[in-house]
Design a protein around this ligand. Structure first.
Ligand code: ADP
Length: 432
C-alpha cells in the first residue's frame, strides 16, 4: 500500500535523517514507527504526504510514485494528526473539524453536518462543538485532531506522536478509543511514537529505527518481543519482554485443574478433608467468593462462617491473556490463579509453575523460522503479503501465539496498570 524503496533523506547540514529505507506497509493496518529521538521517524512519516521530499529513492502509494501526484491532491487522501492536535485556536471545534470538507467545497451546511458526525465518532459530546480549543482538555483536543484528520474520509492516516502530550490515564483511553475506531474504519495508519509500549499496544506491525535513520527491525509486536534482531532492538524493547509477550497468548488454551473448590455451604470438616492449605469457596453458580486458609478454620460450621481472603483477581478463559493468568497466580493468597468462564463460574485453577510450563510450550517458536526477523533490506509487512517470505519472514505461521491479529489479548490485568478494554470488547488492552 505504502512502499519505501531505498529512500534516503539528507539535509544540507550533513545530517542523514533517513538512510536507504526499504519498507512496505500493509493496507488497512497500523504500522508503528518507533525508535529513540532523532532517528528519522517523523521524516519518514512526512515523506508519505510530501511534506518532506526524499533525497533518493521512491515512495509509492498503491503502486504509484507519489511524485506523480500533486501534493494537494495527494494530501486529500491522507489525514494527518500531530501532537497537541494543532487545532486552529480562533475557530470553534465544529469549524476545526469542518476544515477539510469546506476546503473540498462541500458547502458550509454539509461540512458542519459531517463535522458533527465525526465528533460523535471520536466520542465527543455535541455540546463541545461550539467551544474553542482552549476550552477543551488535552485529551479532548486530541480527539478533535483525529476527527479533523478524518474529515474527507481519507484511506491513509499519518499520526505523529498523537497521544504523547497527555497524561497516562487519558493516553490509555485515547489508545483504546483509537483501536475501537480503527476496527470500524480500517484505515491504513502510519503511527510515530518513541514509546515502545505504545507501539506494542497499537501496532499490527512495528518498524524499529536506530539513530542515523536506519531500520533495525520490521516485525509484528509479538515477534519483536520474542526475537529482537540484535542487542539494540532487545535493549529498546526492554528487559521484561518475556512477560509482556504473554499478552499475545490466549488464556483459553491453558491447562487448569479442578483444584480445592467447595461451595460456601460446605462444612469446615469437608474443607479440611481436602488436605490442601487453601480452599476456594464458590456460590451456588460456582462464582468464586474468596479463599479460606485451612490452618485458620474454626472447629465446626461451614465456610460461610469463615472470614475469606480476597481473590486478588481471576482471569477469564474467554477473553484474557496468559499474562493475566500468570498475574492472577502471583497475586492470589493461595498462589493459585482462578480461571473463570464467560459466566464468571470457576473453570479451574493453576499455579504459576503450572502456567509457565504450559506457556513455554505455547510460545516456543522453532529457531529455524524464528530467528530470521525482517530487517532493513526490503522489509515487507510481516505476514501481510506473499513477499514476506522473501524477507525471511514466516508469514503468520500456524500456531503462532496470539493469532488472529497481533494485538495483546487483554489488559494483562493488574500487571502493569489499569486494565483497559476497548468498547468493542476485544483487542487493545494495556499490553505492557
Ligand atoms: P524523530 O522523529 O525520530 O525524532 P526526525 O525525523 O525528526 O527524528 O529527525 C531525524 C534527524 O534529522 C534528526 O537528527 C534531526 O535533527 C534531523 N533533521 C530533521 N529536520 C531537519 C532539517 N530541516 N534540517 C536539518 N536536520 C533536520
Amino acid at each position: 500500500m505504502i512502499k519505501f524503496d531505498a529512500v534516503s533523506k539528507n539535509y544540507p547540514n550533513g545530517t542523514t535523517a533517513v538512510d536507504a529505507l526499504s519498507l512496505e506497509l500493509a493496507e488497512g493496518g497500523i504500522t508503528v514507527l518507533v525508535g529513540p529521538s532523532g532517528c528519522g521517524k517523523t521524516t519518514t512519516l512526512r515523506m508519505v504526504n510530501r511534506m518532506v521530499e526524499p533525497s533518493a529513492g521512491t515512495v509509492s502509494l498503491r503502486g504509484r510514485d507519489i511524485r506523480e501526484v500533486a501534493a494537494p491532491e495527494l494530501r486529500r487522501g491522507i489525514g494527518y494528526v500531530i501532537q497537541h492536535a494543532g487545532l486552529f485556536p480562533h475557530r470553534t471545534i465544529l469549524d476545526n473539524v469542518a476544515t477539510v470538507p469546506l476546503l473540498l467545497g462541500w458547502g458550509r451546511k454539509k461540512a458542519r453536518k459531517r463535522a458533527a458526525e465525526l465528533l460523535e465518532l471520536v466520542g465527543l459530546p455535541a455540546t463541545m462543538a461550539k467551544r474553542y480549543p482552549y476550552q477543551l482538555s488535552g485529551g479532548q483536543q486530541q480527539r478533535v485532531g483525529v476527527a479533523r484528520a478524518l474529515g474527507a474520509d481519507p484511506p491513509v492516516l499519518l499520526m505523529d506522536e498523537p497521544f504523547s502530550a497527555v497524561d497516562p490515564i487519558v493516553r490509555g483511553e485515547l489508545q483504546a478509543e483509537f483501536l475501537r475506531l480503527q476496527k470500524e474504519l480500517h484505515k491504513t495508519i502510519v503511527f510515530v511514537t518513541h514509546d515502545i509500549d505504545e507501539a506494542i499496544k497499537l501496532g499490527d506491525n512495528i518498524a524499529v529505527f536506530r539513530t542515523g535513520g536506519r531500520l533495525a527491525q520490521f516485525d509484528t509486536p509479538e515477534r519483536l518481543l520474542a526475537h529482537p534482531a540484535d542487542d539494540f532492538v532487545a535493549g529498546f524493547v526492554g528487559q521484561d519482554r518475556g512477560i509482556r509477550r504473554l499478552s499475545f497468548v490466549q488464556a483459553s488454551g491453558l491447562p487448569l485443574r479442578e483444584g480445592p473448590v467447595l461451595p460456601v455451604t460446605a462444612s469446615v470438616a469437608a474443607a479440611r478433608a481436602l488436605d490442601e492449605p487453601w480452599v476456594l469457596a464458590v456460590d451456588a453458580a460456582r462464582r468464586p467468593l474468596g479463599w479460606a486458609a485451612v490452618a485458620g478454620l474454626p472447629v465446626g460450621g461451614t465456610l460461610a462462617d469463615v472470614q475469606l481472603a480476597p481473590l486478588g483477581h481471576t482471569f477469564s478463559l474467554a477473553g484474557d491473556s496468559a499474562r493475566a493468568a500468570l498475574d492472577a497466580a502471583l497475586l492470589s493468597p493461595s498462589r493459585l490463579a482462578v480461571g473463570v468462564d464467560a459466566e464468571g463460574a470457576v473453570a479451574g485453577v493453576a499455579d504459576a509453575y503450572e502456567l509457565s510450563a504450559a506457556m513455554t510450550e505455547t510460545t516456543t517458536v522453532t529457531p529455524a523460522t524464528a530467528d530470521t526477523p525482517a530487517t532493513a533490506d526490503a522489509a515487507v509487512a510481516p505476514g501481510a503479503t506473499p513477499g514476506a517470505a522473501e524477507a525471511g519472514e514466516p508469514a503468520g505461521e500456524p500456531g503462532e501465539p496470539g493469532e488472529p491479529g497481533n494485538r495483546p489479548v487483554d489488559g494483562g490485568a493488574g500487571a502493569g496498570g489499569p486494565r483497559v478494554t476497548g468498547p468493542a470488547g476485544a483487542k487493545g488492552g494495556e499490553g505492557r
